[in-house]
Design a protein around this ligand. Sequence first.
Ligand code: NAD
Ligand code: DAO
Ligand code: ZN
Ligand code: ZN
Length: 368
Amino acid sequence: MDVKAAVAYAAGQPLTIETVQLDGPQAGEVLIEVMATGVCHTDAFTLSGDDPEGEFPAILGHEGAGIVREVGAGVTSLKPGDHVIPLYTPECRECDYCLHPKTNLCQAIRSTQGQGLMPDGTSRFSLNGKPLLHYMGCSTFANFTVLPEIALAKVRSDAPFDKICYIGCGVTTGVGAVVFDAKVEPGSNVVVFGLGGIGLNVIQGARMVGANKIIGVDLNESKVGMAREFGMTDFINPSNTEDLIEAIQDLTNGGADYSFECIGNVNTMRQALECCHKGWGESIIIGVAGAGQEISTRPFQLVTGRVWRGTAFGGARGRTDVPKIVDWYMDGKIDIDSLITHKMPLTDINKAFDLMHAGESIRSVIEY
Ligand code: NAD
Ligand code: DAO
Ligand code: ZN
Ligand code: ZN
């Protein structure tokens, strides 16, 4: 079938709106109509050329929501009409990773997904007979896409697509890091480095679980108002603060119980570890640093009980946890609406990247 897509032909170039061809679902696959998609920093990272896994030409986008239109042979858990959120971290419920209680990193389709291909090693998208690559297994910058059944979370049908698409990445990454990975206990003191689309979701996750202090750290003071609305209790601008670690220790009676790095900067990753409480503080890296960058600290920081760890997709097992997060949104436990600062049609998608680079948006959503 013909579908409308924003094609990334090469790193560093704007996306081009094209009519491309999409083959129907093979065995174990599902055709969905994408109703809305967020534009995330990771799309921009790949488009910039800094992503070592980034391959072109490709159809980017990984933060979508849509409706099942056709299922391939053997698909049992989904049917046409079901509402779904694509999962760049699938959940097969059978691989060693899915069966291990400590990870959400299902590996069932990892190698082909990393190459921009479906599990059978081919692409469903093409233009003038030449294949176009899939992206993060999702390719939501097209109004129809095909995914494996294990990479779709079935969600309730009364949830608005233009909001729940954000659960496909940013919301789940931030809220999930608090709830599923760190498992922050009520009364904990939490520090959040970076008050962007991820950090704000960490803040509302921390508020939801009953954290005590939620301290935000950012260089940009314009982020403060929204962060307070989401639950931030204290704010520190490192550029006005002589000793950031000491300032955090003063506010938290010795250090954070949990810190979250939501920037992707190796220097703030170090600060996030070192602001943790001696003996038990845990620092969780969410930000993705540039290719080839390395983190460092004095090993004594770890010897004395601080813990350094990271999270992908908030530790969520997508088919199991994403429907729960949709319920949290529909029950008013988390706010998504205020974070969707811009909406536009696919034809304006390059504006979404411009707004992101200018720091003017939290999330832009494309509605098909
Ligand atoms: P964003 O640009 O919206 O927010 C980053 C914030 O950090 C901004 O408010 C900025 O002012 C602030 N900042 C920048 N440099 C700073 C510094 N030196 N000190 C203090 N504050 C600083 O980005 P985002 O969309 O929130 O994404 C954050 C990171 O999370 C990115 O690296 C992204 O790739 C990553 N990410 C990770 C996952 C995952 O699963 N681990 C998923 C999605 C996104
Ligand atoms: O299983 O080896 C693996 C890779 C899992 C990829 C997880 C992606 C994590 C963060 C990238 C940013 C997401 C938008
Ligand atoms: Zn698996
Ligand atoms: Zn993302």
